[in-house]
Unconditional design. Sequence first.
Length: 530
Amino acid sequence: MQISGKVLIKGEWLLGAGAGFNASNPTTLQKSSETFYNADSAQAQAAATAAAQAFDLYSQYSDLQKANFLRTIATQLEKIRPEIVLRATWETALGEMRINGELGRTIGQLNMFAQLLDKGDWKRPVIDLAQADRQPLPKPDIRLTQVPLGPVVVFAASNFPLAFSVAGGDTASALAAGCPVIVKTHSAHPGTSELVASAILAAIEQCDLPRGVFAMLHGGGRTVGATLVTAAQVKAVGFTGSISGGRALYDLAVGRREPIPFYGELGSTNPVFLLPQSLAQKAEQIAASFIGALTMGVGQFCTSPGILIAVKGNALERLLASLAEKTPTLAAATMLTTGICNSYQQACEQRAAMPSLKQIACGESADSEASQAQVQLFSVDASDYLKQAELEEEVFGPATLVVCCEDSAQLLAVANSLGGHLTAALFADEEDQNLAGQLLPILQQRIGRILFDGYGTGVELSSAMSHGGPYPSSTAGQSTSVGTRAIERFTRPLCYQNTPDALLPAELKNANPNSIMRLVNNRWTTTAIN
Ligand code: NAP
């Protein structure tokens, strides 16, 4: 497929009216032969208007129609898998295996939401029947369902060019909810974005949906993103990226005349607690598995382990020695963009210059001409760590800080000092359970997912998954961006009172035509109401 460099608005490929740019291969710094054009504010506004028009129709589509649309997108993506893989590996320096896997996940997410819609009970309908003879006043008939919010803007992530980008989890969950989507692409992978958008357009045409149900705009330089977030027609935003970028856009979203929800997944350092008995039992194994988790995707995962916390002693010395032995042979690897690589380099230089930090070890040296990152491990005494809040901030890339505590009380003090994170991991043996029991209530207030004897890097596609957490790991810690519950971000409750049965949506009708599970008078049931 020929890449045009255009933007997609209301089913048409248009030349963006903003500045032109080329895609870049982060390894060779070679520029793409195609020029891509950013949209301008007027085009961003036109996409928002088209989305609002499409919403009137699309929000009324049945779950089965939306499920068919999601499955058709999945099929269209599969059809152009080789082209997507070729382009995405060129644009991101992520390997073929990773990109193939990520495309599989993207298709899996679309199918997961289609299955959720098939079941039909995701709106969790609640019905409280009328009681005419209730004293002192009759009780009305009250029925609760969920309705879509309206057009959603999705900011594609640099670090997941497929699974959190054009047809990624935010897009899939918003379309499943009944919301049109406008994607602001990431400038790191515009060609990949166009290929994926073409698959979505093919699905729109095949399913004969209103063309405004999806738009894709390039838009570096902040204008397009800011216009979309402040457009009156837009009713919610999904974002994955930096704390500074996410915070700027969040402030725009909540500062509007009509504030809207902003689901931002921002920075997280994902603390790993190595409890004394577990560390004594397996310091060397932990060092090996930790290095695997840290270097996965060149440390460019939102769930990458950025802080290790342990109590000083022989076991911690063994861990540090093992890390120091293994690290020097770790190859440097190319990051997603030169910008991200420069930020990583700067953050490591700042750490290396801090008197309270010791450099434990470095990987093989990096070729900065190829946007490469060198693995860097530091350590700090917990007493110094507790005085420097900035040490908790994410260093995006393969760097980690080991926090060395005097005793368990200081380890708990470090836990108490933490802000919000996506994940926390505990390595704990049976004899560590007392300390683990003291840690858990502290972590429950700060963490989105707590896991044992592993690292948070893999985020399962599961209905029980939560990917989010208290600020600054996300701007909406009460929600998840992974798993079927992600759909709830783009709906709101709607209550019908004393409404004639014929006018109710299917999920609230007495006959329960789709035999779905409903809470009727506080009991879960699939039976119809007589
Ligand atoms: P970013 O700078 O936050 O950019 C993400 C998106 O937000 C881009 O589309 C960007 O638009 C837009 N944006 C950023 N600041 C904005 C502002 N002030 N106003 C309007 N739009 C704005 O993230 P990135 O480019 O992916 O990477 C930069 C850094 O983010 C990394 O070095 C890393 O520290 C962090 N990061 C963290 C995660 C994570 O999961 N924790 C993931 C990715 C990145 P433009 O195209 O106009 O720039």
